[in-house]
Design a binder for this molecule. Structure first.
Ligand code: GLY
Length: 376
């Protein structure tokens, strides 16, 4: 008889972990409070960008680089399982500077990433405009990242839900998990919509809602929401060939001429409104980067909640006190990027009952003595 695993949360991470476990011959039940994939996974821009946001070659950076390198084969496997195409696009990215202080920051990134052997290239004003002719004439210089990619995250959501179903994952939509059941500090199951389900292991992939579960009197590491507002514009033909980063803004071009502009970073609780100020800053900065976007059509505006943690690292691994309770949450700005590596490492942990070395820097044990939130 197959061992039963329960995954809490139907975002990309939850669906990917569930699919991987089902492929490894576990019986998998996935619980999602609403519809799978409709929160941060749906709201993101689908950038696969390990380099542009990194400050140093820390363990998170290494994990992101590893996951990025797995993406091509991962998408191919999903296509074979589902027949669906999530539009993985390998067109690179550029990060632009308008003034001397931003140039200096970019040159620092260039130095350490070049030393790490990563593909990164400095572009002069003219080289940046040759690559992307619709960029502002005010651009002073840029970095070009050949290995930064993108995927259509909403298509990836659909693809992963289909893959999970094809692999036999039992998806319970509209089913809110409120409690993780234990016996003598070992997981025995969950309560969802007031019904009990048994399992030998429970994976907490509930994103920003990851610390809202009741588990005996134990502590759960804190995960909290950070809002990102987004807007999409319609251009025809497309004004950009690759993702452009500027400061904490980015413009992500899709194949159909849509340009997605992100994003704000706001701690406003579980509030997913789009605000006038948020929209104004996105539109102003988009036009600063590509002035002709002033004539683009407005398409859509939305906001999502990134699952953040107190030290900025994801929480991946076994709870230090409750056997069988595993975390796969807190991916913050890197949820889409970290899908393949999270699915692989969490499935290995379940299968071998031993934490893979790559997970050690992200263990929930680091929160045991400090910065913990009492379970509610
Ligand atoms: N990774 C982009 C964002 O979180 O806005």
């Amino acid at each position: 008889m197959k061992s039963r695993i329960i995954v809490i949360g139907g975002g990309l991470i939850g669906c990917a972990v569930a699919t991987e476990l089902a492929s490894r011959n576990f019986q998998v039940l996935l619980f999602e409070k609403h519809f799978p994939g409709q929160e941060a996974s749906w709201a993101s821009a689908g950038m696969l960008a390990p380099q542009t946001e990194a400050k140093n070659p820390d363990p998170l950076f290494q994990l992101c680089i590893k996951s990025s390198s797995m993406y091509k084969d991962y998408v191919q496997e999903l296509k074979e399982i589902t027949g669906l195409d999530p539009c993985y696009r390998t067109s690179g990215a550029i990060q632009i500077a308008f003034d001397q202080s931003s140039i200096e920051q970019l040159l620092q990134s260039h130095k350490w990433q070049f030393e790490q052997g990563l593909k990164i290239e400095w572009l002069t004003h003219q080289q940046a405009l040759d690559l992307e002719p619709n960029l502002s004439n005010e651009v002073a210089g840029a970095l070009f990242y050949q290995d930064e990619f993108q995927i259509d995250n909403r298509k990836l959501v659909e693809t992963l839900i289909t893959a999970a179903e094809r692999k036999g994952v039992e998806i319970h939509s509209g089913c809110q998990v409120t409690e993780i059941l234990t016996d003598n500090y070992s997981v025995t199951g969950i309560v969802a919509n007031e019904k009990r389900y048994s399992a030998c292991k429970v994976i907490n992939a509930a994103g920003s809602w990851g610390s809202m579960l009741k588990v005996e009197d134990r502590f759960l590491p804190k995960v909290f929401p950070v809002r990102g507002q987004m807007v999409s514009l319609k251009t025809s033909p497309s004004l950009l060939k690759q993702t452009v980063h500027f400061d904490h803004y980015y413009l992500v071009p899709r194949f159909d001429g849509t340009i997605i502009v992100g994003s704000t970073t706001e701690q406003v609780g579980y509030e997913k409104r789009v605000t006038t100020a948020g929209l104004e800053s996105l539109l102003a900065n988009a036009q600063k980067v590509v002035p002709t976007l002033a004539t683009a059509s407005f398409k859509e505006a939305w906001a999502g909640l990134r699952p953040a943690t107190e030290d900025g690292l994801p929480i991946l691994g076994q709870h230090p006190e409750i056997s069988g309770l595993i975390f796969a949450t807190g991916h913050y700005r890197n949820g889409v990027l970290l899908v393949p590596i999270t699915a692989k490492l969490i499935a290995e942990l379940v299968e071998k009952e031993q934490e893979p070395d790559q997970l050690l820097p992200f263990s929930p044990a680091r929160f045991l003595m400090q910065n913990c939130l009492p379970a509610v």
